[in-house]
Design a protein around this ligand. Structure first.
Ligand SMILES: Cc1cc2nc3c(=O)[nH]c(=O)nc-3n(C[C@H](O)[C@H](O)[C@H](O)COP(=O)(O)OP(=O)(O)OC[C@H]3O[C@@H](n4cnc5c(N)ncnc54)[C@H](O)[C@@H]3O)c2cc1C
Length: 507
């Protein structure tokens, strides 16, 4: 299975290669191009860009995947403008790629086949906060953390808190059904979205879901959340807002081994405690973070567990004590509780800037994302270290342990001959090992182009054809984010969309 996944990954790289051989500049993208003229008339000249510099910025996201080729880049300011773009995409038979902040790690926002890029950047308004009903309506380009900052004086926050929350958008969170350290108790994005206004690839505007507790009919909102831009463009989101907990306690537990930390996580959940967060970092990443921000982590520990409980003071005092006891029973060498808000913030700063710390070690990293049953965490982690060693790739582990959501971080220098291939080969084995342990392909980063090659590890041909049929119910010609999620062969219209651009784009 690993071999077939690698083979498919190779075809993906070939596909991307075909795109990049064009030089990244479709022949028709000149100022006199009628599509650009019509887009500029519908928006405004300064909000439709086709210059090389802008398009070069759009051809990648935060993943390691290269080779995107962007068509015109549009910055709409309203639903009506998104609708106008979709209509023009239909008229000129072009694909469209929704884009938020481009922090995705699975290549979801990479433009394949010179599609029109629709960037949500200028649709960044918090439209309404309804405290009585605990709902906020926001535009898709609102930055995740900006919503929480806006709500803070009212005593509320937006619960999903990806580590990228300082830059990623709510639209991107919805598309990837993003998670974060505090989603263990509160649930990932899907649990916080009640309604979506979307522009379908036909140009039709519709609202999925609703503010009622039980909206009528099929849960099409649920189908749209996590659809990675393949069903249309989100123009407004109604999210639930969460009251800030009256009290919070944050603990840092040190262990000699990652196995002890992982076993402690399983034991905490088995004891019936559902902490707000349970994050594990191994020694390599802890040392990197400590050198980077000085968060107060012990650099001699084999692993640390960051555990947070929130709620009423009396209850969480007991939970914190129980977590400490369970940790000690499973080998914790030290249990420390943050004494001040500053100390707590520093511990979280360390966790949330872990990926930034890597720059001191090597110029490149590939952050993987798989889920395994919690009880298998320790075994799979041992396999991951063995796989990385065998491929001579440095691996660090920092992960949402409570969810069983692993994030092996492969750290490397892409300028070294053959290194990227070794990283991909190690990654393929890690994904395969996670699925073999009863896990799944992605916990939160999505499939994008990254995991397409692995879809057959989890889904039969029939499963994928059913997914393609759902997709075509929203988008009969696969105009929205063509070439993503479903592997070629399960969504033939993707190929049509990719080929609807001038031949020389593909070389
Ligand atoms: C350092 C770092 C840490 C991260 N930590 C986490 C983490 O803890 N948890 C986590 O879940 N993710 C994490 N991520 C991944 C990423 O930040 C999330 O997936 C995020 O939700 C992407 O948002 P974005 O605005 O950058 O979207 P983009 O990358 O621009 O797009 C992502 C996908 O959403 C689609 N999309 C974007 N906007 C819209 C829209 N308006 N309508 C329809 N589709 C749309 C795109 O087509 C694409 O498929 C991390 C990334 C980095 C770089």
């Amino acid at each position: 299975m690993a071999r077939s996944a690698l083979k498919s990954l190779q075809s993906l790289k070939d596909l991307a290669g075909r795109a990049s051989r064009s030089g990244g500049r479709p022949a028709d993208e000149t100022a006199s191009d009628p599509l650009i003229g019509e887009l500029r008339a519908a928006l405004s000249p300064d909000r439709v860009r086709s210059d090389g510099a802008q398009k070069a910025l759009m051809k990648k996201d935060a993943s390691v995947f290269e080779g995107g080729v962007s068509g015109p880049l549009c910055y709409p300011e309203s639903t009506a403008e998104v609708q106008a773009i979709m209509k023009l995409a239909e008229k000129y038979d072009r694909g469209v790629v929704p884009r938020g902040a481009g922090t995705g790690l699975a290549g979801g926002a990479i433009p394949l086949g010179a599609p029109i890029v629709i960037a949500a950047t200028k649709m960044n308004h918090i439209l309404e906060v309804d405290l009585d009903n605990r709902i906020a309506w926001v535009e898709p380009g609102v930055i995740n953390l900006d919503l929480t900052k806006h709500l803070a004086p009212m005593g509320f926050h937006f619960a999903p808190d990806p580590s990228s929350q300082q830059v990623c958008t709510i639209g991107g969170n919805v598309a990837n059904n993003s998670g974060g350290p505090h989603c263990l108790a509160y649930g990932v994005t899907n649990a916080h979205v009640v309604a979506l206004e979307v522009v379908l690839p036909s140009g039709e505007v519709t609202v999925l879901g609703g503010l009622d507790a039980e909206p009528l009919g099929y849960d099409l909102r649920g189908a749209f959340v996590g659809s990675e831009g393949t069903l249309g463009f989100t123009t407004k989101v109604a999210v639930t807002i969460t009251p800030n907990a009256p009290d919070v306690r944050t603990l840092l537990l040190s262990f000699d081994t990652v196995r002890d930390a992982a076993n402690t996580v399983s034991a905490i959940i088995a004891a019936g405690i559902v902490p707000a967060a349970l994050e594990v970092m191994d020694q390599r990443i802890t040392q990197a973070v400590e050198a980077y921000v000085g968060a107060g982590y012990p650099t001699d520990a084999g692993a640390v567990l960051l555990a947070e409980v929130d709620g009423l003071a009396d209850g969480i005092k007991i939970d914190a004590e129980r977590i400490g006891d369970i940790g000690r029973q499973h080998g914790a060498t030290n249990v420390r509780q943050a004494e001040t808000d500053h100390e707590r913030a520093l511990l979280w700063k360390g966790r949330k800037t872990a990926f930034g710390a890597i720059a001191q070690i090597a110029p490149d990293y590939y952050l993987h994302d798989t889920v395994v049953p919690r009880s298998k965490l320790a075994d799979v982690l041992e396999q991951i270290y063995e796989i990385a060693d065998r491929h001579d790739v440095l691996v660090m582990n920092v992960f949402h342990a409570g969810d069983g959501n692993l994030h092996p971080l492969l750290v490397f220098d892409g300028r070294e001959e053959g290194k990227l291939d070794a990283v991909h080969a190690a990654g393929a084995e890690i994904v395969t090992a996670s699925v073999a342990a009863g896990g799944v392909l992605s916990g939160e980063h999505g499939i994008g182009v990254e995991k397409q090659a692995y879809m057959d590890l989890m889904f039969t041909d029939d499963d994928m054809d059913h997914q393609a049929r759902l997709r075509r119910a929203f988008d009969p010609v696969c105009r929205a984010n063509p070439g993503k999620v479903l592997p070629m062969g399960h969504s033939c219209a993707d190929i049509a969309a990719l080929r609807s651009v001038p031949a020389d784009v593909w070389g």
